[in-house]
Write a protein that binds this ligand. Structure first.
Ligand code: ADP
Ligand code: ADP
Length: 226
């Protein structure tokens, strides 16, 4: 079943000015439950813009954004924020974990902020960390972890509140090939275990080729590739 649907999305910046840029024009995309879609495009093509619109961080100039079968396009800001916090997890090239908290606490805190009881939050955090093979690092701060471990913890944090959609912007962009592989495996494990839908922007064509589907951004539209 469909988790994310983009219908005819257009987005530009600085309209009518000399530095105007039309990033997306008539972009369509569907991502279903349990599906990992790679988003491949050169730098500057609009991947971050597309992810931000998909994750309700930004609004399109035209077109509709559907999440979990609901049209989110015209939601007022407060409801959009609430929907984003409930439905979307984000991972970036750099982990952005809170440095003064342990790996486990980084996965617990968003749950407490979401009203989950302490014991339940800890149990879920430890389960997530175990499923990506970093439970033995639970009590370490991010600075004591390797790059791959940090990214696996960041994945767990993104999934802390059980979103339906995971959006990742170059999640292995900062990692060597071997470490990228462990993060890729962790991602696939989590998606298969949770039935999550995932849209992963990546320059890593080898990893992209092993995801369920690849889409390419070309002239502001999305085309099936691979
Ligand atoms: P990618 O993630 O593929 O590198 P982006 O979505 O970040 O691409 O950017 C696409 C284009 O839009 C680039 O030309 C970028 O300079 C421009 N752009 C992105 N965000 C803004 C903004 N807030 N204001 C003006 N231009 C922007
Ligand atoms: P919080 O619940 O901590 O206030 P938000 O609801 O503001 O977090 O954001 C939810 C997610 O969206 C976070 O993972 C955060 O990294 C991401 N996010 C928020 N604002 C931006 C932004 N301007 N650019 C990129 N990512 C953002």
């Amino acid at each position: 079943s469909e988790v994310l649907r983009l219908d005819g999305i257009a987005k530009g910046y600085n309209p009518g000015r000399p530095n105007a840029v039309q990033v997306l024009r008539d972009a369509d995309l569907t991502v279903s439950r349990g599906e990992v879609v790679a988003l491949v495009a050169p730098s500057g093509a609009g991947k971050s813009t597309l992810l931000h619109i998909s994750g309700l961080l930004d609004t399109p100039d035209a077109g509709r954004v559907w999440l979990g079968g609901e049209d989110m396009t015209d939601l007022p800001d407060r409801r959009r924020t609430r929907a984003r916090r409930a439905d979307v997890g984000f991972v970036y090239q750099f982990h952005h974990l809170l440095p003064e908290f342990t790996a486990a606490e980084n996965v617990v805190l968003p749950q407490l902020a979401h009203g989950v009881a302490r014991a339940e939050a800890w149990a879920r955090a430890m389960r997530l960390l175990a499923s990506v093979g970093v439970e033995h690092r639970a009590d370490h701060r991010p600075s004591a972890l390797s790059g791959g471990e940090q990214q696996r913890v960041a994945l767990c944090r993104a999934l802390a509140n059980a979103p339906r959609l995971l959006l990742a912007d170059e999640p292995t962009g900062n990692l060597d090939p071997e470490t990228s592989e462990t993060v890729y495996q962790a991602l696939m494990t989590l998606v298969r275990e949770t039935g999550l839908a995932a849209l992963i922007a990546t320059h890593n064509l080898e990893l992209a080729g092993r995801m369920d589907r690849q889409v390419r951004l070309s002239g502001g539209r999305l085309v099936e590739a691979g």
